[in-house]
Every structure is written in structure tokens, then in C-alpha cells.
Design a protein around this ligand. Structure first.
Ligand code: PLP
Length: 374
């Protein structure tokens, strides 16, 4: 967001800035979802809903979880103000002072802050040497008697790495001997997977651990609904009930009209999801092929989400910048290309480039990067 603010300030001065910084789809919310919200507006919508969300939306979210192989029924589903809020609720009820939470790095920026807000201690596991896949060995190396939660995020932000069923099953086996650990699985990029990769929910890959997994999902990324703020979670009844009580005192229900829109997203036609996915895939291929043409920049082709996370360590130096942060700052100042330095995600030496933008911007931005590196 800081990079985005700087890019916006440059744009306000009339500069043409290429924005690879942003973490949201550039598509508009599909028309049938907006229509459902308009229809809802003409009804009796301006009232509190139940704290955990309307029963229709909880049913729809439970059905979506079941379709992924996650055991869920409406009574164990909580609707929150975005996946972020669902994750926050989960960490606030699961984590007590000094409890440890394992976070594979690179990670989405909010996990450590949420863990710290709950009084917990983030424990990072570097996955950059394993193509950003958490291995059972690395996981076991991070577990201690104080470990309360392991956070998983597949497809992942910022790396795009997507764990296979076998990889998750191996993590499940590693956790079998640690019954006090809860898995918090953030599956917000579920519908954005490409090529040979397939999305698998952690609880579906590890049925024996489903009872101690909290699964989080939402409509923001898959349905181009970031501003509507609807996410949802399921897990063990006592955990979900605690999350509902916490949400009840913190925020009450998510906005009624957004819930009506999310219901249309989960129960309506799915063509727009596939159209957006196919467009992201095309842009992913374009960006990865252009980045491959930049000498010294190393990239694992991402198979999910909408980010490339190239390794620029071989390019760092006195003239390009000694850290990814300096590199990104100079790239913005000199070539007007905005991206997010890996430090923000616990991945120093890397850059996150979002391809949630038009083909022309991808071409122009990668050409400017190549010029800068040259
Ligand atoms: N989880 C991850 C990995 C994300 O990248 C994001 C948004 O960037 C979120 C959760 C938050 O999603 P929401 O907009 O539904 O709160």
C-alpha cells in the first residue's frame, strides 16, 4: 500500500507509472452479482443480520466448503468482513500470550501482525529454497511445545506456489504427532490456479486433521469483490462459536447488502470466474516469458494467485540497490515501475509483481525493468 501511495503520487503529477504493486483483480464485479445487490436494496435490507451472517449465505458457504471436500454445515460457518477478518477472528480466539504460530515465509503481510495483536509469537520457516513449498522436515523443525497454530496459504501470496495433495498429506502426517496444533488454512486464491496445478483444500488432503483445521475463504479474489468485504470460515464447533462471540462484540455482522451480493456469487453462474482465471493465466504466461528475458533475474513459474515473485539477489549491487527494497524504490523513481519488495513478505532479495493489470502494462513494465537492469 505504501508503494501504491507513492505510485499514485507520481501519477497525480502526470507521470505514466506502471503498477505491479496492487493485490486485487482489475476486473469489475460480475453483473449478476451487482444486480443481486440492487434487488436486495429494494427489499428490507437495512437491518442487522445474525452476527454469523444470514442463514442463506452460511448454507452457501458450507456447500462451497463441502464441494472442496471440507466437512462443513451452516452451524459451523462464520461470515466475516473479508477473509482478513475471518483470519483475525481465528487467531484472536486460538492464540494466547506467548503461543507460537508457524508462518511459512514468504508470507502474506498481515499474518505476523495479527499473531502479534493476539499476543502470540510468529515463527518463520523459510521456503524459498523449496520452490516456496513447506516441507514436513522444515515444519517439524519449527514446532515446539508452545506451537499453537500453523498458517498455510495455498495458492500463496506472494509466491503463487500451490501445494499438491501429496505435499499437504505429508504435512498432515508430520502434524499427527502434535495434537495441540491447529492448522489455519487460507484458501482465498482457490479459483486462481493454472496449467498442471490443482487446488486442494488442506482439510480435504488430510481428513484426519479436518477437526483441527480452520479453513478460510472468501469472495474477494475469485469473484473480483475486494471492496464488498465478505469472507468465511469453518472449523471445529467450539472454535467457530468462539469466533462468532468475538465477532459479535467487535463488529457484529458483515454488511447486509454485501452478504446478498456474496450469496449471488456463491450460488450464481460461474462463467465469469473462469473467464477471469483464463485472463490471469494469459497474463501470467506473458509476464513470466518477459521476465525470463531479463538476465540475472530468476523466477519459479507461479502456478496460482496473480503474482510473480522473482529472485533479484544476483542483480543487487551499488548501482541497482543493495536490497530488494532499494531496488524497488529506484525502479519506481527511475523507470516508474511500482512493485513490492520481498522484505514486506519475509522474502528479502525478491520482488512481488502483480499481473492483475492489462497486457500493455505488463509489456511496458517488463521492458522498463529490462532497461533498468541493463
Ligand atoms: N489472504 C491472502 C493470502 C491475501 O492475499 C489477502 C488479500 O490480499 C487476504 C487474505 C484478504 O482477503 P479479503 O480481501 O477477503 O479480506
Amino acid at each position: 500500500m505504501a508503494v501504491d501511495a507513492k505510485a499514485k503520487a507520481l501519477r497525480a503529477k502526470g507521470e505514466r507509472v506502471i503498477g505491479f504493486g496492487i493485490g486485487e483483480p482489475d476486473f469489475d464485479t460480475p453483473a449478476h452479482i451487482k444486480e443481486a445487490a440492487k434487488r436486495a436494496l429494494d427489499g428490507r435490507i437495512g437491518f442487522y443480520t445474525p452476527v454469523a451472517g444470514t442463514m442463506e449465505l452460511r448454507e452457501a458457504a458450507a456447500a462451497a466448503f463441502r464441494a472442496d471436500g471440507v466437512p462443513a454445515e451452516a452451524a459451523r460457518v462464520l461470515i466475516s468482513c473479508g477473509a482478513k477478518h475471518a483470519l483475525y477472528n481465528a487467531l484472536m480466539v486460538l492464540v494466547d500470550d506467548a503461543d507460537e504460530v508457524v508462518i511459512p515465509a514468504p508470507f502474506w503481510v498481515s499474518y505476523p501482525a495479527m499473531v502479534e495483536a493476539a499476543g502470540g509469537v510468529p515463527v518463520y520457516v523459510d521456503t524459498s529454497a523449496d520452490r516456496f513449498i513447506l516441507t514436513p522436515e522444515k515444519l517439524l523443525g519449527a514446532l515446539t511445545p508452545r506451537t499453537k497454530v500453523v498458517v498455510l496459504n495455498s495458492p500463496g501470496n506472494p509466491s503463487g506456489a500451490t501445494h499438491s495433495r501429496e505435499q499437504f498429506a505429508a504435512l498432515g502426517e508430520a502434524l499427527a504427532g502434535h495434537p495441540g496444533v491447529t492448522v489455519l488454512s487460507d484458501e482465498i486464491y482457490q479459483h486462481l490456479v493454472y496449467e498442471g496445478a490443482a487446488f486442494i483444500s488442506f482439510a480435504a488432503a488430510c481428513p484426519a486433521l479436518a477437526a483441527r483445521t480452520v479453513t478460510v475463504n472468501g469472495v474477494s479474489k475469485s469473484y473480483a469483490m475486494t471492496g464488498w468485504r465478505i469472507g468465511y470460515a469453518t472449523g471445529a464447533k467450539d472454535v467457530v462459536d468462539a469466533m462468532i462471540r468475538f465477532q459479535s462484540h467487535a463488529t457484529s455482522n458483515p454488511t447486509a447488502i454485501a452478504q446478498a451480493a456474496a450469496l449471488a456469487a456463491l450460488t450464481g453462474p460461474r462463467e465469469s470466474v473462469e473467464t477471469m482465471r483464463a485472463t490471469f493465466d494469459r497474463r501470467r504466461r506473458l509476464m513470466t516469458s518477459l521476465l525470463a528475458d531479463i538476465p540475472g533475474l530468476a523466477l519459479h513459474r507461479p502456478d496460482g494467485a496473480f503474482y510473480c515473485f522473482p529472485d533479484v539477489r544476483a542483480l543487487l549491487g551499488p548501482r541497482t540497490g543493495r536490497t530488494a527494497l532499494e531496488f524497488a524504490t529506484q525502479l519506481l523513481e527511475r523507470e516508474r515501475v511500482a512493485c513490492v519488495p520481498g522484505e514486506a513478505f519475509g522474502g528479502p532479495g525478491f520482488l512481488r509483481l502483480s499481473y492483475a493489470c492489462g497486457d500493455a502494462d505488463i509489456e511496458e513494465g517488463c521492458a522498463r525493468m529490462k532497461k533498468y537492469v541493463g
